[in-house]
Design a protein around this ligand. Structure first.
Ligand code: M6R
Length: 591
């Protein structure tokens, strides 16, 4: 959360920082700021609201060829201009992504020295410490300062004594540097620098860099280090919204490609991964993830157990890490994360590794932090996902995890006669039929409360459909196992409560239908999403959306798509921006 940006080079820094921040806005968008250093003096603009506010307040007119900027997702302190970054103290200006856990203790020291604070953030204390530890050597000052910090940080730092350099460092928050002919760009994520960069460097935990106009020098705590840059063509990566009004819809339309690319690459990557042997020995699987990635884990559990008969547990990463988890021998821990930067998932993966598990990372981002923790990585190929609400990455995760389930079954001596071929094409078919979801959204947008239910593997879609709706339409909703309604939640049903049901498993259909009859008898309106035409026709059903018939166990790959669309259209009907839901950010790099 929070996006940081920096530039030092031949060009005016303000427009470059501004454009970079716009591309990082998915990481946080409640306040923003920029500071430039020229002739030993800082000029800065900070504001509440989105990055665009900076432009309205004249940020593009600031002059200087070196500067830093920030788009914020508030952790400590409200989203006010005072709390917006950069923060200043003495000669120093800083932008920070992360949380300083011991800020109160550090702040106390500063206050005892008589220093005054201008914000109520945890971050400002870093600028104070830099001033305190200032030894005339920029790098040493930064090193001394960060030794005092506990928590997570990616930092870009200016010092007026060093008018041509930015110091950067990171611990558990991402940072990339892009070198081009005109100078060097620093950012929390690749989209902000990709189109201009010839070589990109990924900073790792515990590393520092001094960034000048022509040269970047890297260091660890002890010495200068050499780092390998990536020189592939980043410009060709498509981060733009193109003809689409929202990233979310663009990304829903990219689902067929996400499935196709993930399945293709899986075949090759799995062959060379050495995972076959690991799977043979695996006796127990623990999946750790958050949010949408957790829901892909729920689907995977059903499929792993059904196809390979390997006992699987799925844990929310933040619960796993504090539950003192028991890792028995031959446990495979699968950490699933689109971004590969989610703080709780990283911590869960690290803990699992410490306790002797073999850790497999499933992530969409090739050089993310998760990849450096895991023993092995299998990448999903959804392409960059910018919309805060995860869509295509979920389908890509399912594609990968289902493929892995087939390999696991083979490794366990079974020969499942199932295939994922054709799912990309079928998903295209579903997308072409999404228009009618707009009518549903019109009705659902007026509800006060929505229930999503499903049984077996359909349950993961109930959870995911409900999360999507909450996240971008702000409608209270719950995802429930269909059979569990009668144990309490049925009391919520009345004629104003839409019930979204997912029904794709023939062997479970009658059981789910029982629950739907109970809902209908109490006046609830049932919106059925099913692959089974005979159930779509039943009189208890208020509206039905027919999904193409497919291999039942893998049906979430298709069934989730109209639910993603439902959330999207409902958000629009309620006047919300689906790409930037309130209080949220794409990448949750704080705990
Ligand atoms: O990058 P990750 O997959 O680790 O992110 C996990 C969750 O933060 C994420 O899925 C979140 O729940 C989405 N915004 C849901 O749409």
């Amino acid at each position: 959360m929070c996006g940081i940006m920096g530039y030092v080079g031949k060009k005016n820094a303000a427009p470059i920082i501004y454009e970079g921040l716009k591309k990082l806005e998915y990481r946080g968008y409640d306040s923003a700021g920029v500071a430039l250093l020229q002739d030993g003096f800082y000029t800065a603009i900070k504001c509440s609201g989105r990055v665009e506010e900076l432009k309205k307040r004249g940020a593009l007119n600031l002059s200087g060829k070196i500067g830093i900027g920030h788009t914020r997702w508030a952790t400590h302190g409200a989203p006010t201009p005072e709390n917006a970054h950069p923060h200043f103290y003495g000669k120093f200006a800083i932008v920070h992504n992360g949380i300083i856990e011991n800020y109160a203790e550090l702040m106390h020291e500063c206050l005892e020295r008589g220093e005054k604070f201008s914000s109520s953030t945890d971050s400002e204390v870093i600028a104070h410490l830099l001033a305190f530890y200032d030894c005339g050597n920029f790098l040493e000052t930064v090193k001394k300062t960060v030794r005092r910090l506990r928590g997570s940080y990616a930092l870009a730092i200016l010092c007026s004594d060093f008018p041509n350099e930015i110091a950067v460092c990171r611990e558990k928050s991402p940072l990339v540097l892009g070198v081009s002919e005109d100078g060097v760009r620093i950012a929390s994520d690749l989209p902000a620098i990709a189109s201009e960069s010839k070589t990109v460097y990924v900073l790792r935990d515990g590393e520092f860099a001094l960034v000048g106009q022509k040269k970047v020098s890297f260091y660890d705590q002890e010495r200068e280090i050499q780092k390998e840059g990536m020189t592939e063509s980043f410009a060709s990566q498509n981060f733009s919204r193109g003809k689409y009004e929202h990233y979310m819809w663009k990304e829903i339309e990219e689902i067929p490609t996400a499935i196709d690319q993930t399945l293709r690459n899986f075949k090759v990557n799995f062959c060379f991964s050495g995972l076959c042997e690991v799977l043979c020995q695996t006796e127990y699987i623990e999946i750790v993830a958050c949010g949408t990635a957790y829901h892909s884990g729920i689907a995977a559990k059903y499929v792993f157990e059904k196809l390979a008969r390997v006992k699987t547990n799925v844990s929310v990463a933040s619960e796993f890490r504090y539950a003192d988890p028991i890792i028995s021998p031959h446990t495979l821990v699968i950490a699933v994360s689109q971004s590969g930067e989610t703080a709780d998932t990283l911590a869960a993966a690290e803990l699992a590794k410490q306790r002797g598990a073999y850790v497999l990372a499933v992530t969409n981002v090739a050089h993310s932090s998760l990849t450096s923790i895991a023993d092995r990585v299998l990448q999903t190929y959804a392409g960059t996902e910018i919309g805060v609400a995860a869509t295509k990455s979920f389908n890509a995760q399912l594609s990968l995890l289902f493929s892995l389930a087939l390999e696991l079954a083979k490794a366990k001596g079974m020969s499942p006669n199932l295939t994922l071929d054709g799912f990309s094409l079928l998903s295209r078919q579903v997308i072409l039929s999404l228009n009618k979801i707009q009518e549903y959204a019109e009705e659902i947008s007026k509800a006060n409360h929505v229930l999503f239910i499903g049984r077996g593997v359909d349950y993961c879609c109930a959870l995911e459909g409900s999360l999507k709706l909450k996240e971008i339409s702000y409608l209270p909703s719950e995802g429930y196992p269909a059979g569990e309604l009668k144990h309490g939640t049925l009391a919520l049903i009345d004629e104003k409560t839409p019930v979204i049901a997912i029904l794709t498993r023939r062997e479970l259909a009658e059981k789910t239908m029982n629950a739907l009859c109970e809902v209908s008898a109490r006046g609830g309106k049932i919106y059925l999403f099913t692959t089974l035409p005979e159930y779509a026709e039943r009189e208890e059903i208020y509206r039905s959306f027919l999904l193409p018939s497919c291999e039942e166990l893998f049906s979430p790959l298709l069934a989730v798509i109209p639910l993603q669309a439902l959330a999207y259209f409902t958000a629009l009907k309620r006047g919300n921006d689906p790409d930037k839901p309130r209080h949220l950010a794409k990448s949750v790099t704080v705990e």
